[in-house]
Design a protein around this ligand. Structure first.
Ligand SMILES: Cc1ncc(COP(=O)(O)O)c(C=O)c1O
Length: 428
């Protein structure tokens, strides 16, 4: 049935999918069509179940259809779908976040991570009166024109500097791209162009070109240099926010960015993004300030209520420790299986994120330039071995895996058996 649906889909939708990272282009064949999910389990249209380590690319920190979120969503649908007015639901979520997250004094809700980044960049330019934005090679910040330069996620592994057709030199020209983690290049750039730089944007835990954790000292350098030159520091926490800790990487690194962008977990599986930060900067946004930003469905009540229940549950005492420690144990067990089966796979993990890179067991990978050239061709048989065993991960070697609270010890024990069989068949 999957093949039939894909054939139909390819006739009405480019590539048969609504986001390129859902495509099986890199691994071959038709993408599996899924129709239901619960907890850690995905069910496809042919009646097969899979343990899901994609989790919709990260929003589902509680797993699919968490019962408390589900009840709230049912109640929310009974009250109102969209208002386009001031409302108490977005107020409650905003107040909760401002109270809990030190770096957030003001927050504005939008509909996706891309929108959050787009708005934060405009705000940074409006606030500083400068034009240039510094980004890092391999970091992905959504499909904003100016950020589609040396980007990760679905663009990872591409050859050209501007990662997408349709992005003009003008749009990309104000984006200055630096190698990830390169303090020397960063200092030299600020020496040269410091007066023109509106902001540095970084994924403080880069997770769109594999998983490439940065040192705290690099993040501290970003903070001190941007401050010294009057530029803003934007942490793009669309993945890491409310995921690695309640306060994301800003909390983990103990560094205060000027602005932060959120997405994914903040909506608990419903479409939400947000940009937030210091009041003095955020008050530059309309209607308070001169930087325009708006949205018909922004702060949608259903998303707001799903988000608040999700965050409150994720933030219950001990819950982040539990999830991160469980991921540590799972990663250690996987390392054991990698050693036992002798497969050539590198494993990196941080918080509740994991990345497996076939063909890179003994390689040091700090940035896109360190990747095995044949990663995608090595990833393909690995991915198919996992799928065969009933494990679903994103269909690209550059994407990370996510654990959720629904990945209980029992689920992970079952998953390890499947991984062992998949490793065996991959090695052959
Ligand atoms: C770090 C980061 N920023 C921005 C985005 C864009 O978010 P969205 O896909 O919700 O537009 C993503 C998406 O994966 C992301 O990982």
């Amino acid at each position: 049935m999957t093949q039939e649906l894909f054939d139909r889909s390819a006739r009405v939708t480019p590539g048969g999918v609504h986001s390129p990272v859902r495509s099986f282009k890199g691994v071959g064949g038709a993408p599996v069509f899924f129709k239901k999910a619960q907890g850690a389990t995905l069910s496809d249209v042919d009646g097969n179940d899979y343990i899901d380590f994609c989790q919709s690319f990260g929003p589902l920190i509680l797993g699919h259809r968490d019962p408390d979120v589900e009840i709230e969503v049912h109640n929310a649908v009974g009250d109102v779908w969209t208002l386009g007015t001031a409302d108490p639901y977005s107020l409650e979520l905003a107040e909760w976040i401002v109270k809990k997250i030190d770096v957030v004094e003001r927050i504005r809700f939008v509909n996706s991570g891309t929108e959050a980044v787009m708005s934060a960049l405009r705000l940074a330019r409006g606030f500083t009166g400068r034009t240039k934005i510094v980004k890092f090679d391999g970091c992905y910040h959504g499909h904003v024109d100016s950020m589609l330069v040396k980007a990760g996620s679905g663009l990872a592994g591409g050859q050209s500097a501007s990662s997408s057709a349709g992005v003009s030199e003008n749009q990309a020209g104000d984006t200055l791209v630096l190698p990830l983690g390169d303090e020397v290049a960063l200092k030299a750039l600020f020496e040269r162009e410091g007066d023109h730089i509106a902001a540095i944007i970084v994924e403080p835990l880069p997770a769109n070109f594999g998983l490439l954790p940065l040192t705290n000292s690099f993040l501290e350098t970003l903070r001190s240099l941007s401050k010294a030159h009057g530029a803003l520091l934007i942490f793009d926490e669309v993945i890491s926010g409310f995921r690695v800790a309640l306060g994301g990487m800003a909390q983990v690194s103990n560094i205060t960015p000027d602005l932060v962008t959120y997405g994914k977990v903040i909506g608990g599986g419903f479409p939400v993004g947000a940009f937030a930060g210091r009041a003095e900067i955020m008050d530059f946004i309309a209607p308070e300030g001169p930087v325009y930003q708006a949205g018909t469905l922004s702060a949608n009540p259903i998303s707001m209520r799903a988000g608040l229940v999700t965050l409150k549950k994720a933030a219950q005492p001990g819950n982040y420790e539990l999830l991160n420690q469980r991921t540590d144990r799972f990663a250690n067990a996987l390392e054991g299986l990698i050693a036992k089966t002798g497969v050539d796979i590198k494993l990196v993990h941080s918080g509740s994120l994991l990345w497996m890179c076939p063909g890179a067991k003994d390689m040091d990978i700090h940035g896109p330039e360190d990747f095995p050239a044949d990663l995608q061709s090595r990833f393909k048989p690995f991915f198919l071995s996992l799928l065969e065993q009933g494990i679903y991960v994103a269909p690209s070697g550059y994407e990370v895996m996510f654990l959720s609270h629904a990945h209980t010890d029992e689920v992970l024990e079952e998953a390890l058996k499947k991984f062992e069989r998949a490793f065996e068949s991959f090695r052959k």
